[in-house]
Design a protein around this ligand. Structure first.
Ligand code: ARG
Length: 578
């Protein structure tokens, strides 16, 4: 629709200029005014004439009435002036000949905006904390992050996906103490990350118990943990070996989840990678006079900007989360020369990002405005809020396993002889979770209702997967049926579907501009609704007119192409048969 909009805008612009040579307006201004009317009776596009009224010194009603008869373009069927609006109806013939043709010609590049060429985007997402549970709170950063990466890649950006693993910090001191006290090598080798999490949960509980039992809130285990972490920082051989082992075990487990989602990363440079890169930034902060000592700790005062101070060093001189992020950003700028560096985390971390972004600015790095934080709301499951430290959490892998199992049961009942049932159940099950999660604006808090997400009716992942499979089966049934006929639309459902499909590029542009994958998810639903309406109302293969058959088959192929690409953009895998 972008092309159509541009053409109509040019047309309106020329008409206005011809009648009023002094009118100060631009084609882009006219294009930005074109809007989609709330319902189809009011046209496919509407041009409100109110803004022009002052400039042209005529009423909007007059302007619309003057413009209506002068808009002659093959794109337009007719234009009607109604209450100061110009309601524009796109020509079916144009849609049919051009939109379908363009989709089929461009294939999976259809809808790709050419905006990223020669630019690099770094994306920091997923980034679980090693040895802590990879739970459904991480679903957001993982799928929103990956979807934003896919969207940028589609638009031609070079993308670097970084999993900034939480692989450093005092929790490793705790893990080492817990392992030395209660751990068992074989058990961990066999049980993997679950056993590590058990140890982590146990030591946290025991520290809490010790603190509660002591008047001064003191815990020996906490002291020991700090000591072990300190040894780790000093490169103690045994502790380094244990730490590496914990990271390896955790990574192997994350990989399973990533492969179910079809996600790969370009770098796993986690927090530990930046240890030796922090001193230079701390020194720069010190020399610039930005760093102040406050109660023994080193901070950057941000009160002028309405924020609490950004903590750089603790009283004992150890570094903190913001210190590492600053060093990592400098390293990434030097290494990748990014045009944007995007961080996807829960909204709970918004202040952290605002603070250290400000520090980067104050340090004089002129690329500070290329740092982007993309926050998202909280997740609960079937009404229950998630706790982290207690072990009372829903793991991402368990959520996926549950979804896959339920989909598998539905398939066993509906279509017991289906080939590839395991793989299809995984695609549809995991896809259902992604789709449900990405159906809402990212800032909205989400309560995960598993039954709703997995339903085959309603606006769900299984429903859209089913629609995609339907396009595949129509095309498969068509076999070698000729599609050489003349393209022509004969039913309103066809044009309606084509009008939806051709909005793809605009949707992609908005999703990128707003860092909002749900724009694509909702677009997928629009396509599914329009395709299913078309499918029910229009005979495809049994139509007596070969031109109609050809048109409908091509429209089906165009739908499959756009739907398939849109699935990719929200990191949802697809199945040809369900
Ligand atoms: N590991 C952190 C967490 O789970 C998220 C890291 C986000 N990225 C960053 N550069 N701070 O909370």
């Amino acid at each position: 629709m972008l092309k159509i909009k541009r053409r109509i805008a040019q047309n309106i612009f020329t008409t206005i200029k011809n009648a009023n040579p002094n009118a100060e307006t631009e084609v882009s201004e006219i294009e930005a005014l074109l809007e989609y009317p709330p319902n189809a009776d009011m046209g496919d596009l509407a041009f409100p004439c109110f803004k022009l009224s002052k400039m042209l010194r005529r009423s909007p009603v007059q302007i619309a009435a003057e413009l209506a008869p002068t808009l002659n373009d093959a794109v337009i069927d007719r234009a009607e002036a109604v209450n100061g609006y110009l309601n524009i109806y796109i020509s079916d013939k144009y849609l049919c000949e051009n939109v379908i043709g363009e989709i089929l010609e461009k294939g999976d590049r259809y809808g790709a905006p050419d905006i990223g060429h020669g630019k690099t985007v770094v994306l920091d997402y997923s980034s679980p904390n090693v040895a802590k549970p990879f739970h459904i709170g991480h679903l957001g950063t993982t799928v929103i992050g990956h979807s934003i990466k896919k969207l940028h890649e589609f638009a031609g950006y070079k993308c670097v996906g970084i999993n900034y693993l939480g692989d450093w910090g005092t929790q490793f001191g705790k893990m080492i103490v817990a392992y030395k006290k209660w751990g068992n090598k074989t058990e961990i080798e066999e049980g993997g990350i679950d056993k590590l999490v058990e140890l982590y949960v146990r030591i946290n509980n025991e520290i809490k118990a010790e603190e509660e039992a002591s008047d001064s809130k003191h815990s020996n285990l906490a002291d020991m943990s700090r000591e072990e972490f300190h040894k780790l920082e000093l490169n103690d051989e045994e502790n380094i070996a244990l730490w590496k082992w914990f990271v390896e075990i955790s990574l192997a487990e994350y990989q399973k989840t990533y492969s179910q989602l079809g996600i790969t990363f370009d770098s796993y440079a986690g927090e530990s990678f930046y240890t030796d890169k922090m001193p230079a930034q701390v020194e720069k902060l010190r020399q610039s006079g930005l760093m102040k000592i406050d109660d023994g700790a080193s901070i950057v005062d941000l009160s002028q900007y309405g924020m609490p101070p950004c903590l750089i060093l603790k009283r004992d001189g150890s570094t903190l989360y913001p210190t590492r992020d600053i060093a990592a950003a400098v390293y990434r700028k030097e290494t990748y020369d990014f045009d944007k560096c995007i961080y996807v985390t829960s909204a709970g971390q918004s202040l952290h990002f605002a603070q250290w972004f400000k520090v980067v600015e104050l340090m004089g790095y002129d690329w500070f405005d290329k740092l982007v934080h993309v926050p998202y709301g909280t997740v609960s499951i079937n009404g229950a809020k998630l706790a982290t430290r207690t072990g009372n959490v829903v793991l991402l892998k368990d959520l996926f396993a549950m979804a896959i199992e339920k989909v598998r049961a539905i398939m066993d009942e509906k279509n017991p002889n289906m080939p590839n049932k395991d793989e299809t159940a995984e695609i549809v099950g995991v896809g259902a979770i992604i789709f449900y999660y990405l159906s809402n604006n990212r800032m909205k808090d989400i309560n995960f209702m598993l039954e709703d997400a997995l339903s085959f009716d309603g606006n769900t992942g299984p429903y859209v997967q089913y629609t995609y499979a339907r396009t595949c089966s129509v095309l498969e049934k068509a076999g070698n049926t000729s599609t050489d006929g003349e393209l022509k639309f004969t039913a309103p459902e066809e044009a309606r579907l084509a009008k939806t499909l051709c909005r793809f590029e605009e949707k992609v542009r908005s999703a990128i501009a707003e860092y909002e994958p749900s724009i694509i998810t909702r677009f997928i639903l629009d396509i599914a609704t329009d395709f299913n309406r078309f499918y029910h109302e229009c005979a495809i293969l049994t139509s007596p007119d070969p031109d109609v058959v050809a048109t409908r088959l091509k429209l089906t192929l165009a739908t499959k192409t756009v739907l398939g690409e849109a699935f990719e953009l929200i990191c949802m895998r697809k199945a040809d048969k369900i």
